[in-house]
Design a binder for this molecule. Structure first.
Ligand SMILES: O=C(O)C1=C[C@@H](OP(=O)(O)O)[C@@H](O)[C@H](O)C1
Ligand SMILES: C=C(OP(=O)(O)O)C(=O)O
Length: 432
């Protein structure tokens, strides 16, 4: 689908209830499936990526019911599935695929995971290699991408493993395997990544202890169904924080957004760039995560070098950091972010190619980019903008288009439905 982008608002005003957090939604469904009893999930993200998880679990024989904003997972009380399909279609969902590889490491029958063209190019060895240490060959030796045939297996050894990359998906996959293995596993990260799995595991009655970057889990564990309230997705809120900062005379309220500190590196980046975001913290025993109401107003920004230690906690927001850099004075530098090259697309390339079409001064680095601002964005080419099939690139470009009176075209906007199906309506609500 191609969108014509011709809105040049004088201001953005209003309130947006961003959709449920994608990372937490995948995890709540998966843990609910193997827990004992029912799990009720409020505000589950219903977008293409999380529907892939939901459908895969149904194909594995799990019953899931949807009523209004409540999703009920009827847990099977164990890790052995009775699949109705042995081929699971993961579409575009990287998180779901990596997590399921860990979850399905001990099934009595072989199962095949397949995905779309983008997912079929993403690295899976990072999960398969440590899983191979827990059992005999998870998949054929040659397998580094989807499709993956997970071979049948019932034996599992605990794991002692140091992750070579900062990846919450790999950490979580290994935790889902470790809770099935008799004995004690140690999983050590190289940097603190999002900790939603750890928090939710505890909420489901599981045990995981952390000492610095080392996580210890003793299996086998039994989980118990629970009620999960999914906060608004911080990564979705980040689009509106960016729009509110950059479009003149704006004020946007974002109620009930998840502000888990392992996710909000973007707030630190904004503070370093000179912006203040109002935050009203919400708390209560019903929340396993921190929630806050966020308010943003238009502000001037200064370029910064994003501290390397922040990168894992701002990884999905880096396309927005590039856009902010085009409007900030001075240089905005991102390094140590080579992981961006193995997301839904090579996000470094996509950011550079697409923002240059809007006149940005941006230089590609092997592991990031340097943007020099401020630049008045405008149409520099007859070649339409393109999302590269990546939801975060598509939405970043839609926000960029609000900054120019020129009429632009954006190709492959369907990708937005991967994480934020209501994005266009929410944007219209701020303009009208
Ligand atoms: O665990 C998760 O839910 C996610 C982890 C990150 O990926 P990596 O684990 O590959 O860094 C992130 O980019 C992705 O959007 C969601
Ligand atoms: C990288 C992302 O997701 P996934 O890895 O789950 O496809 C994302 O949502 O930005």
């Amino acid at each position: 689908m191609t969108h014509v982008l011709n809105q040049f608002p004088q201001q953005l005003n209003g309130q947006i209830q961003v959709p449920g957090d994608k990372s937490i939604s995948h995890r709540a469904l998966i843990l609910g499936a193997v827990a004992n009893g029912r799990t009720t999930i409020t505000n589950l993200l219903l977008a293409e990526d999380t529907r892939s998880t939901l459908t895969a679990l149904q194909d594995l024989g799990i019953q899931i019911e949807q009523k209004g904003t409540q999703t009920t997972v009827i847990g099977q009380g164990g890790f052995t599935f009775r699949p109705q399909q042995t081929t699971l279609q993961m579409n575009n969902a990287g998180t779901a695929t990596r997590l399921l590889l860990g979850l399905l490491v001990r099934q009595p029958q072989a199962l095949t995971l397949i995905g779309d063209q983008s997912l079929s190019q993403r690295p899976m060895q990072r999960v398969l290699a440590p899983l191979n240490q827990m059992r005999q060959q998870v998949a054929d030796n040659e397998t580094v991408h989807l499709p993956i045939i997970i071979q049948a297996n019932q034996q599992l050894e605990p794991l002692d493993y140091q992750l070579p990359v900062a990846s919450a998906q790999v950490k979580s996959a290994l935790m889902l395997a470790a809770i099935q293995a008799p004995g004690t596993s140690h999983i050590t990260e190289i940097a603190q990544t999002r900790d939603h799995t750890e928090r939710l595991l505890r909420q489901f009655g599981g045990q995981v202890t952390a000492k610095g970057l080392q996580h210890t889990l003793t299996g086998p564990q039994q989980l118990t169904g629970t009620d999960v309230i999914v906060p608004g997705d911080f990564s979705a809120a980040a689009f509106w924080l960016t729009a509110g900062l950059l479009v003149p005379n704006s004020r946007i309220n974002l109620p009930q957004v998840g502000v888990n500190p392992t996710r909000t590196g973007f707030l630190t980046v904004l503070a370093l760039m000179g912006a203040t975001i109002e935050q009203t913290q919400l708390s209560g025993p019903e929340f396993s995560e921190s929630f806050a109401d966020l308010t943003v107003e238009t502000q001037a920004l200064t370029g910064i070098e994003v501290p390397a230690t922040l990168i894992p906690n701002v990884i999905d927001e880096l396309p927005l950091v590039a856009l902010l850099g085009t409007q900030a004075s001075g240089q905005t530098i991102v390094r140590h972010a080579a992981e961006l090259r193995v997301k839904e697309t090579d996000r470094i390339r996509a950011i550079v190619i697409e923002l240059r079409k809007l006149g940005a001064s941006i230089e590609e680095l092997p592991d990031g980019f340097i943007v020099t601002g401020p630049t008045v964005l405008h149409k520099t080419s007859q070649v339409p903008l393109n999302s590269h099939g990546d939801h975060r690139i598509a939405m970043m470009l839609e926000i960029a288009s609000l900054l120019t009176p020129d009429t632009l075209q954006l190709e492959a906007t369907d990708a937005i439905a991967i994480s934020y199906p209501n994005f266009e309506n929410d944007l219209q609500g701020l303009i009208n």
